[in-house]
Design a protein around this ligand. Structure first.
Ligand SMILES: Nc1nc2c(ncn2[C@@H]2O[C@H](COP(=O)(O)OP(=O)(O)OP(=O)(O)O)[C@@H](O)[C@H]2O)c(=O)[nH]1
Ligand SMILES: [Mg+2]
Length: 212
């Protein structure tokens, strides 16, 4: 009887754990976002932005929900650190790619890196959310503009690939194209917190669904 009740108690109070990896170029605002998320769920104040150094390696943040634990892993975005991202793909349940929507000069670089994530076979079945960060900045591109900019960039990339390959069809591309077509993009301000709750809700829902 004791074992039965103990088992029942464990079943009712169990916590499922999911890992969510946050990636994107250096300076996109990933650690600021992690701070905002963990502060929100622990009802504390996020670390002041001036106390957040560039990430060399990773930062971890745990969010405890009633029956679920979300483990956020924020990875450094500097060029030399990006080569470790792939090590996290197979063990994560969702990916959030953060882009700095106010830095037009680095958008193409951001898309280049984003595309390599999207077309990596190891991310194929991992839910992927594109976060257009820094929406509070006066010159930030809106979600619609970010989406258009990415589609324009991708069209140019495909045109030049087609010219290079003299029109040969490229099957692996089809998978990436399908993912792009159904891509979810959300606008956030990691600094001020706008849209962050909605982004976490999206990730929570998608990791739950992917489990089923
Ligand atoms: N205006 C504005 N600035 C932001 C926002 N999020 C981050 N920043 C600023 O962007 C800069 C970089 O933020 P980080 O969070 O360190 O960027 P990161 O993506 O973690 O960078 P790496 O660790 O180098 O990969 C800092 O000056 C932040 O204060 C935002 O939503 N709005
Ligand atoms: Mg960082």
């Amino acid at each position: 009887m004791y074992h039965l009740l103990k088992g029942l108690h464990e079943y009712l109070t169990r916590h499922e754990e999911f890992s969510i990896v946050i990636i994107g170029l250096d300076g996109a605002g990933k650690t600021t976002l992690l701070e905002r998320i963990t502060a929100h769920y622990s009802h504390s104040t996020p670390r002041p932005p001036e106390n957040i150094p560039p990430t060399v390696g990773q930062n971890l943040g745990k969010v405890s929900l009633p029956s679920t634990i979300l483990n956020f892993i924020d990875l450094g975005g500097q060029r030399g650190i990006r080569s470790i991202w792939h090590r996290y793909y197979h063990k994560c349940h969702a990916l959030a790619y953060v882009i700095d929507a106010s830095d037009r000069e680095r958008l193409a670089e951001g898309w280049d890196v984003f595309h390599s994530v999207l077309s990596d076979p190891r991310t194929l079945h991992v839910p992927l959310l594109l976060l257009a960060n820094k929406q509070d900045a006066p010159d930030a591109l809106s979600v619609a503009d970010i989406r258009n900019d990415y589609h324009d960039w991708d069209r140019r990339r495909r045109d030049s690939a087609r010219r290079r390959d003299r029109g040969d069809s490229n099957d692996p591309e089809d998978t990436a194209n399908a993912r792009i077509a159904s891509l979810d993009v959300m606008g956030i301000s990691a600094l001020e917190g706008h849209g962050v709750q909605e982004a976490v809700d999206w990730l929570f829902l998608r990791v739950q669904n992917s489990r089923q």
